[in-house]
Design a protein around this ligand. Structure first.
Ligand code: ATP
Ligand code: MG
Length: 560
């Protein structure tokens, strides 16, 4: 892997500011999630950036919930967001804030703008406001309420606050410029009436500030020096600056970067919520979800997510990252750290006819060839074993080198075996049992006389096997861009119906008997697996995190 690429245009700006001692060289950032859903890997990009920059420049990063909408937001998401950020490895210490903590302050800011003749109460209906706003090519028209006196505006705003108007009856707007080429500057809404309880302020307010009237001022109140946000806010920056200038408050600076998009994935809380609510997935933490709780449940590590976020870097232009790169990082880490074990997902019984009946022995197996300190373990061997169904074919095509009638293969760490005969279910014709012979001289899987075999199979001794349930996952969408759909359909029509498979009665080597919740293993030849929290004392449940196939390497090769 290339070395971490940490230079980017935001760091360039900060380093220039540090050289000129702008902001007294203070680097203070924030991560501002809206608590209306769980965080996804795109949010991880944003908070790794914000917390990472603070760490690297000896600064601070706040966590601030952007909770100005009383209708969509829920307390449970506040807790899940905190848990996810901590899990990835960042700490806001005592700097946890809520935009709703600033409602009083924001109300005062609004009064100041009214008193300065820079805000007014507008009684146009939402439809009329839209109509008066104009379009990208045509200027807007002034609202007939634009020239209300300061006194009248103060009085009406007070009435808005005390609940004398119904939802939607009027709004408070900034008086800027209805002809501005930037639509965000055409008298944007500052406050709207929403008669609803707020998760923190209860029924204290029935007017709520808009995103634009909240975000920059919250940054300013917290003396944030760099307000890093995604590109869709670029057109809001003039408004962000307008409020700060006209309120004469701390000059936070907004800098935009491109959002993360991933192939075969949707990264929008609204869409992820639809998948949950319409039961396409089990919950926000379904292991197929790109949420941090889903990735955690799948078995991803915090380190792999941080490595991924470092690697994708930052840019000013939207682009899409291949999901194979995310998988690359967990595979690369687990290749170094995960113990190897043998597990048979779809067992086929093999009886070794010339092996002594009641005999058993322990064979040495390497725990991790990538890690010399990981040592070896003992794996029991006996007369009846299981191999993977897929590793045998009665009538193999040319390129199939694994076990077949009359053919010899190696059992990893054990012996050479040769298939002598097979037994089928009379009704179904399914192969139920193989009969093999072994070569006692090949103990440890070593060739006794230089003769070669073309395949090495994993196996588990039948009487020692531990049973488990294994869950396999595939991409959640069938299209690289899930939003590419047929007429009248939405992204959900591209959900992959085969993205989830449960396999019961898998056979594992006995060293896994007491596998701890949350631990990770490589099942030889099958991939990396994670002990799922659904496991009980009686039944282990494993999730496959990724297979062993390095798709990223393939893509790299193709691109060269
Ligand atoms: P969503 O569309 O998923 O609801 P959002 O932008 O509405 O995302 P917020 O909770 O407002 O969600 O986002 C918090 C921060 O995370 C914002 O600064 C936002 O710019 C950033 N963010 C959200 N999605 C991405 C993404 N895909 N890539 C990078 N940053 C993101
Ligand atoms: Mg948002």
């Amino acid at each position: 892997m290339e070395t971490e690429n940490k230079t980017n245009f935001i760091r360039d700006i900060i380093e220039e500011d540090l050289r000129t001692n702008k902001n007294n060289s203070i680097v203070h950032t924030r991560f501002p999630p809206e608590p209306n859903g769980c965080l996804h890997i795109g949010h991880a990009k944003a908070f790794c950036l914000n917390f990472g920059i603070a760490e690297d420049y000896n600064g601070l990063c706040n966590l601030r919930f952007d909770d100005t909408n009383p209708i969509k937001e829920e307390e449970e998401y506040v807790e899940s967001i905190k848990e996810d950020i901590r899990w990835v490895g960042f700490d806001w210490e005592d700097r946890l804030y809520f935009a709703s903590d600033y409602f009083d302050k924001l109300y005062e800011f609004a009064l100041k703008l009214i008193k300065d003749g820079k805000a007014y109460v507008c009684h146009l209906s939402p439809d009329e406001i839209r109509e008066y706003r104009g379009t990208l090519t045509e200027p807007g028209k002034n609202s007939p309420y634009r020239d209300r006196s300061i006194e009248e505006n103060l009085e009406l705003f007070e009435k808005m606050k005390t609940g004398e108007f119904k939802n939607g009856e009027c709004v408070l707007r900034a008086k800027i410029d209805m002809a501005s080429p930037n639509i965000n500057m055409r008298d944007p809404i500052m406050y709207r009436i929403i008669h609803a309880e707020h998760h923190r302020t209860g029924d204290k307010w029935c007017i709520y500030p808009s995103y634009d009237f909240t975000h920059g001022q919250s940054d300013s109140i917290e003396k944030i020096t760099y307000s890093l946000c995604s590109l869709e806010f670029e057109n809001h920056r003039p408004l962000y600056d307008w409020f700060i200038e006209n309120l004469e408050i701390f000059p936070s600076r907004q800098i935009e970067f491109a959002r993360l998009n991933l192939t075969y994935t949707v990264l929008s809380k609204r869409k992820l919520r639809e998948l949950v609510e319409e039961n396409y997935v089990t919950d926000w933490d379904d292991p197929r979800m790109p949420t941090l709780s889903g990735l955690r449940r799948r078995g991803y590590t915090p380190q792999s997510i941080r490595n991924f976020c470092d690697r994708i870097g930052l840019s000013k232009a939207d682009s899409t990252v291949d999901i194979a790169l995310l998988e690359y990082f967990i595979r690369e880490e687990l290749n170094r750290t995960a113990p190897r074990v043998m597990a048979v997902l779809k067992p086929l019984k093999v009886v070794i006819d010339n092996y002594p009946d009641d005999f058993e022995e322990e064979l040495d197996a390497v725990n991790n060839p990538e890690d010399p300190d990981a040592g070896t373990r003992k794996v029991p061997f006996s007369k009846v074993i299981y191999i993977e169904k897929d590793d045998f074919m009665e009538d193999p095509p040319k390129k199939f080198f694994r076990l077949a009638p009359g053919r010899e293969v190696r059992l990893r760490y054990a012996y050479f075996i040769k298939c002598e005969s097979l037994i089928k279910d009379e009704q179904t014709g399914e192969i139920t049992e193989l009969h093999c012979t072994y070569d006692p001289e090949s103990r440890g899987g070593k060739s006794p006389d230089g003769r070669k075999v073309k395949a090495t199979l994993h196996w588990v001794s039948s009487k020692h096997a531990v049973e488990a349930e294994v869950r396999l996952y595939d991409k959640l969408f069938t299209k690289a861009n899930p939003d590419e759909t047929g007429e009248g359909k939405d992204f959900k029509s591209n959900v992959n119906p085969n993205s989830f498979e449960i396999i019961k009665n898998c056979k594992l080597e006995p060293s896994l008997k007491n596998a701890k919740l949350g631990t990770r293993f490589q099942f030889e030849r099958l991939g990396y697996f994670y002990v799922d929290p659904d496991s009980t004392k009686e039944k282990l449940v494993f999730n496959r995190i990724v297979t062993l196939r390095d798709e990223w390497a393939k893509i790299q090769k193709r691109n060269r």
